[in-house]
Design a protein around this ligand. Structure first.
Ligand SMILES: [Zn+2]
Length: 331
């Protein structure tokens, strides 16, 4: 089963206890995947229908657990048993699709509650405040939207979560809603529909957690944890490489200094300890200070080696005519 289906199954199992959240989740589902139908004729502008006309809402889903959830929510919120139609789609790899028909004894009132119609009767484009004023309802509304229009990739392969919405005004409001919850979603359009999407694993994890998909959140967090460890290892390796390069660069520079001294003055003009180190540096330009110290007889500590190398460096600079002031002081 795809990761997306697993996540939706998990979300379908989240059962909001509070009435306010049940309405919000059903409203989200209807808004994302519902079709409004006026009984007895094709869907037309609902505002033109007489007030006693019967309305139907069809909600389509490709997943049985989502269909079951629609039935539960339909019963709880609308107080009537939804009907379910199962269709086999031959073209789409023989998958099944479910159409759930939500009916109501007080259709107009319920359509207003679900944010499908304005209290005045026209089709509603924004999300009613009552559905998102509480934190619990906001999360439930988003869960409904995601169940109806969302998908998410397996974090082991790539990081992508999206919701495909039909209405631009709705999309803008969902962006605001997510922003208020600390999730920065991006927008694009695809074949006339609005796509809200996230690409960052931490943001995807956050949204999954908000909607109540804790297993899915864990899957995303594991990837993040692994990434952190990998980054730390890379940083260490890089730092070590940088140090190594620095050591080698310095060694090569010091060997050049020694060659200059040998050419201009001859190494025999140096004191015994300086000459010993100069010769060792020529032979081992890549050795660290510690290693050079161990090669000396008797062995010399790291700081002793650094001190002698500095003296060789000053002498070479002097020969190049670079540091007149330093050379005066050393003499
Ligand atoms: Zn609530």
């Amino acid at each position: 089963m795809s990761f997306s289906r697993t996540v939706k199954e998990e979300l379908a199992r989240v059962a909001p206890d509070k009435g306010c959240c049940q309405v919000a989740e059903l409203a989200g589902l209807v808004r994302a995947a519902g079709t409004l139908e006026i009984a007895g004729r094709d869907a037309g502008p609902p505002s033109s229908a007489p007030p006693d006309e019967r309305f139907h809402i069809w909600v389509e889903t490709g997943q049985a657990p989502v269909a079951r959830k629609l039935i539960q929510l339909g019963k709880a919120v609308l107080g009537s048993n939804p009907e379910v139609l199962v269709r086999k789609q031959r073209r789409l790899r023989r998958s099944r699709s479910f159409s759930v028909l939500l009916a109501s004894a007080r259709p107009r009132q319920d359509l207003v509650r679900l944010g499908v119609l304005n209290p005045g009767g026209g089709l509603r484009r924004d999300i009613p405040d009552e559905l998102t004023v509480r934190g619990c309802c906001r999360r439930s509304y988003l869960r409904g939207l995601f169940l109806g229009s969302g998908s998410v990739t397996d974090p082991g392969r790539s990081h992508h979560l999206e919701m495909v919405l039909r209405d631009e005004a709705l999309a803008d409001q969902v962006v605001q809603l997510l922003f208020s919850l600390g999730v920065m979603v991006r927008l694009t359009s695809r074949r006339g529909e609005i796509v809200l999407y996230l690409k960052e694993a931490d943001q995807i994890g956050q949204l999954l957690g908000l909607m109540g998909a804790h297993q899915a959140l864990l899957a995303y967090e594991n990837v993040l944890a692994l990434k952190t460890v990998k980054n730390r290892v890379n940083r260490l390796v890089n730092a070590e490489t940088a140090n190594l390069e620095k050591t080698v660069d310095a060694g090569v520079r010091q060997a050049e200094d020694v060659k200059l001294i040998r050419r201009r003055l001859g190494l025999h003009t140096l004191s015994h300890s300086l000459r010993e180190l100069a010769e060792l540096r020529l032979k081992h330009p890549g050795a660290s200070l510690k290693e050079l110290g161990q090669l000396c007889e008797p062995p010399v500590g790291k700081s002793g080696v650094a001190h002698r190398l500095r003296r060789l460096e000053v002498l070479a600079s002097e020969l190049r005519g670079e540091t007149a002031t330093t050379s005066k002081r050393t003499r």
